[in-house]
Design a binder for this molecule. Structure first.
Ligand code: IPE
Ligand code: IPE
Ligand code: MG
Length: 232
């Protein structure tokens, strides 16, 4: 890997295009999701290898529940449960930290249990942070933070206190958001955290992402001039 590259501390992936990847090959959408999970494995390890501190991935949005066929949702959660039991278990062994963003109380029980098990097992790890956004919505996260503040009885807060009430409170600032499949929108992802994130939109569908894709992304990110409101 080119050592001139700038490495973001926190990168996020909006993993989109599994369905289109599958349709283009005459396969079922489920096969697209299965290959999407394979791509996720490769990308997390690649991010850890280059020294990224935190990787967030958008796995299932609050909106996905009502906008997709029941059978697809069922398949997705069985895949996520398997991913937790097999892959996340390996992450625990490799020392990766594991966390989830989103309302986990609404998940199928078997998924919830499998997740809880790995989160618990990883709690003393010190490696890359893998943050999985599941049943997640950026607006919902903001409303949740507001409710936490209201319940505490505070009458006035600042931005730092607000951030402490988000799922990402313990994570470094979100440097870079990458979305696959050519769509150029955030779809309710990390609406607070994206304030100064760089955005990279990649034409490839998520299942086609690999180690080389990360290298291309990091090259592009390295050329960005992040000013945060300053002058150059
Ligand atoms: C992303 O792929 C996976 C999830 C949202 C879980 P899609 O399923 O959205 O794929 P497209 O956008 O239909 O191609
Ligand atoms: C974004 O993909 C959500 C996830 C990757 C989980 P969607 O496919 O659900 O988003 P839209 O419908 O294109 O905005
Ligand atoms: Mg999509």
């Amino acid at each position: 890997m080119d050592n001139q590259l700038k490495i973001p501390r926190h990168i996020a992936f909006i993993m989109d295009g599994n369905g289109r990847w599958a349709s283009a090959k005459g396969l079922s959408r489920s096969e697209g999701h299965r290959q999407g999970a394979e791509a996720l494995k490769v990308m997390v390890d690649a991010c850890s290898e280059v020294g990224i501190d935190a990787v967030s991935v958008y796995a299932f949005s609050c909106e996905n529940w009502s906008k997709r066929p029941q059978a697809e949702i069922k398949f997705l959660f069985s895949l996520i449960t398997q991913f937790a039991k097999n892959e996340l278990k390996k992450y625990v062994e490799r020392g990766y930290r594991i966390m989830f963003s989103g309302d986990l109380s609404q998940l199928p029980k078997t998924t919830f249990k499998a997740i809880q098990k790995v989160v618990d097992a990883a709690k003393n790890n010190t490696g890359v942070i893998v943050n999985i956004a599941l049943n997640y919505g950026g607006r919902q996260e903001i409303v949740r933070a507001v409710n936490t503040i209201l319940q505490s009885g505070l009458r006035e807060i600042d931005a730092e206190m607000f951030e402490d009430c988000l799922y990402t409170a313990a994570l470094p600032p979100l440097d870079l958001i990458v979305r696959s499949s050519g769509e150029k929108r955030l779809s309710n992802f990390m609406l607070w955290q994206c304030a100064y994130s760089e955005l990279i939109f990649v034409e490839k569908n998520w299942p086609d992402f690999g180690k080389d894709t990360l290298t291309d992304i990091l090259k592009e990110y390295s050329q960005r001039d992040r000013r945060f409101g300053g002058v150059k």
